[in-house]
Structures are given as structure tokens and as C-alpha cells.
Design a binder for this molecule. Structure first.
Ligand code: ADP
Ligand code: MG
Length: 356
């Protein structure tokens, strides 16, 4: 039996039921579609009639996905929710309800957990996502945070990784590599090695770190792509472009060619790469946690997609093409002949790759 936080003060400072009550009071207000939210054995919802239900879940482990010494609880919460919102965005859905399960180690305070929820709910607020439940346990080692987010979509308006066709154009929203650059800046600051600190402007540093800490899930773009049936496949960039493109290709049974010169890089990321003598293309290909959308579009819908992106003020770049499976993943447009695109994304249970 797992250890639970009992209503006695098991951890010295935290008790399960007062904590849940406090969280329900602060963050558990719901609208009319929730017949029963936090407080009963299960939540009861009235989904929009005729819609499909999307479900996504993420488990975050302390010192694997986040570190309490380098991120605030607000930031950890925000990012955990943003990652789930991004998954619903990549399916073209409308995010709706959130469940949060926690395993809390001794020593954590109610104020810290409150800040965690404040961060989560601040990411959810623009989409009116409602907190409807969760579970709470003690942990013998480290904080565990599991989020489950539901979404809805109309039948026929769901984006998957499976539909890319040979000849489709490959698009990506926003800019790539910023989050990895921000993470590297944070780890340099943590190591306090002055000689490593790149000579870049303060605004660039702040921008890159902010992109790492507070990514913007592309919910509006995902919904529009699905509603107009423009995208043949889509994925959100959580692991890095190379790895996430590989997922689309594997699931669609196709290959792809990426044009290195078309990869969208922010001015801050370019200046960061230059200051650290890094290849910005590598940052864009390997960088995880950008939470941009990567999607494919049949050539006839290219103009429609560009117009759609303009309508929501989202940068959009065509970065390549879907090719036959036998081509595999290829990088063109950098110096020299086309070469194999090496998958350099983060993989659990393996040593983390180093973007050079
Ligand atoms: P059970 O014993 O059935 O698991 P709990 O006492 O754990 O019930 O939960 C009581 C209510 O509080 C439920 O509605 C549950 O969804 C909610 N809840 C429990 N933990 C959390 C949490 N960490 N965040 C949000 N809601 C929670
Ligand atoms: Mg419970």
C-alpha cells in the first residue's frame, strides 16, 4: 500500500484533507458543465453534445523533469500545464478539464503546493480549463506531479501523427531552439563558471530563459488547423524537431526533407549561438520543449494555412517537404550535399544528448 498523507500531520507541515480543501477553495471553481468537481469520489461532467473526448496525461518526476533548486513552484506548475495544453493543441482540440495528482515528499509546505497550482492555473486560465480533481499521496523520495487534461473536438476535426502524405509541405509555428538555449543559460548560471557565460545582451538572455520557463501552447492554431481540415498530420515539439518529425514519419509511413536554411530562429537564439560558437541549426533540430506545432499540409492548402496563421498572429514557416519513406529523414540547404538528419532529441532511460 502506498503511503498516504493522513489527516494527521504526517509530514510535519502538510495534511491531506486541509490541503485538498485549500486547493479546491482557491482553484476548484467550476462552471455549469461540471455537475460535480472536487469533493466527491469522481467528477461528473456534461460534455458538449456530439463531441469527441481527448485525454492526455503526463507524469513529472523531481530531478528528472524539473528541479526545485532552479525553478520556482509557479514555473514548474505553469510548464507542466503548458505541456498538457500543447498535447491537446497538437490534436486540434479544445482543452477543458484538469486532474492533478501529487506525491509530496516530507518538508514541502502548503504554500509551495499552492504556488504550484497557481502556476498550473495561470497556464490554463486563457482557455478556461477547470480543475476537477486529482489525488494526493506522500512520497518517500522527491515530488511527483501527474496531470491529466481532457479536451473536446468535433468528429472529423482531430489532428493525428498518422496522415502525412508524400508531397505535403512541412510547417512549424514560432521559432525553434529558444527553450534549449534558455536551459543552457540556466545551467551555466547554476555552474557559476564565469568563462562559460556568453556575451549576449540581457534582453536576449531574459527572452530565451522566459521561452524555456513559460512556453506558449499553440491552442488557437491547432484548433483552426483542425477546423479547416488543413493539416494532414500534426505533433507538438516537446522532444525536439528531429525526434518529433521522426514520430510523424514513422506513424505516417513516409520520409521527410528539412531545409536547414528555412528553420525559424529568433534573433536572440542566433546571437546566443554565435556567442557560444554553436550551430544554430543544431539548436533548432535538437532543442526540446519549444511546444511549437509541427504539421503537414497538402500543397493546395499552403496559402490557406498562411492566412490562418496571420489571423491569429502566429509566425509560420515552411521548413521542408514529406518525401517517400525510402528517403528517410534528410537535411538539405546547409553547406554541402543533403545529409541524413540525425535524431538528437531527449530520450528517457538513455544518456541525454548534448546539443553542440
Ligand atoms: P479518494 O479517497 O476517493 O481518492 P480523495 O480524498 O483523494 O478521494 O479526494 C477527494 C476529492 O479531492 C476528490 O474529488 C479528488 O478528485 C480531489 N483531490 C484529491 N487530491 C487532489 C489534488 N491534489 N488536486 C486536486 N484535487 C484533488
Ligand atoms: Mg485520493
Amino acid at each position: 500500500m502506498p503511503t498516504r498523507l493522513s489527516s494527521r500531520k504526517l509530514t510535519g507541515r502538510l495534511a491531506e484533507f486541509p490541503l485538498i480543501e485549500d486547493l479546491a477553495h482557491r482553484f476548484g471553481q467550476t462552471g455549469r458543465s461540471v455537475l460535480c468537481g472536487i469533493g466527491d469520489d469522481a467528477a461528473v461532467l456534461r460534455p458538449p453534445p456530439g463531441h469527441l473526448l481527448l485525454l492526455t496525461t503526463d507524469l513529472l518526476a523531481e530531478d528528472v523533469h524539473f528541479t526545485c533548486s532552479t525553478a520556482t513552484f509557479d514555473e514548474i506548475g505553469y510548464k507542466a500545464a503548458a505541456a498538457n495544453l500543447s498535447d491537446i493543441a497538437a490534436m486540434g482540440g479544445v482543452p477543458r478539464y484538469l486532474l492533478v495528482s501529487l506525491a509530496i515528499p516530507a518538508g514541502r509546505t502548503q504554500a509551495e503546493i499552492r504556488r504550484l497550482y497557481r502556476g498550473m492555473m495561470s497556464a490554463c486560465r486563457p482557455y478556461q480549463v477547470e480543475l476537477i480533481g486529482g489525488d494526493t499521496s506522500a512520497s518517500r523520495q522527491g515530488l511527483f506531479i501527474s496531470l491529466t487534461l481532457t479536451g473536446t473536438a468535433k468528429p472529423g476535426q482531430v489532428l493525428t501523427r498518422r496522415g502525412a502524405q508524400v508531397g505535403d509541405l512541412l510547417y512549424v509555428t514560432g521559432t525553434l531552439g529558444d527553450s534549449l538555449a534558455g536551459l543552457q543559460l540556466l545551467s551555466i548560471a547554476k555552474r557559476r563558471r564565469v568563462e562559460e557565460v556568453p556575451a549576449i545582451r540581457r534582453q536576449d538572455r531574459q527572452y530565451l530563459i522566459e521561452r524555456h520557463r513559460r512556453p506558449s501552447p499553440r491552442v488557437a492554431v491547432g484548433r483552426l488547423l483542425a477546423a479547416h481540415r488543413f493539416a494532414t498530420s500534426a505533433i507538438d515539439l516537446s522532444d525536439g524537431l528531429s525526434g518529433d518529425l521522426a514520430h510523424i514519419c514513422e506513424q505516417s509511413g513516409v520520409g521527410a526533407e528539412v531545409d536547414a536554411s528555412a528553420l525559424p530562429l529568433s534573433p536572440a537564439c542566433l546571437r546566443y549561438a554565435m556567442a557560444r560558437h554553436k550551430d544554430p541549426v543544431q539548436l533548432a533540430l535538437a532543442g526540446g520543449e519549444d511546444y511549437e506545432l509541427l504539421f503537414t499540409v497538402s500543397p493546395g492548402n499552403g496559402a490557406g494555412v498562411r492566412q490562418l496563421a496571420r489571423s491569429v498572429g502566429c509566425r509560420l514557416s515552411c521548413i521542408g517537404k514529406i518525401r517517400p519513406k525510402r528517403i528517410g529523414l534528410r537535411l538539405v540547404g546547409s553547406n554541402g550535399p543533403p545529409r541524413k538528419l540525425v535524431v538528437t532529441s531527449y530520450r528517457h532511460f538513455e544518456a541525454a544528448p548534448q546539443a553542440q
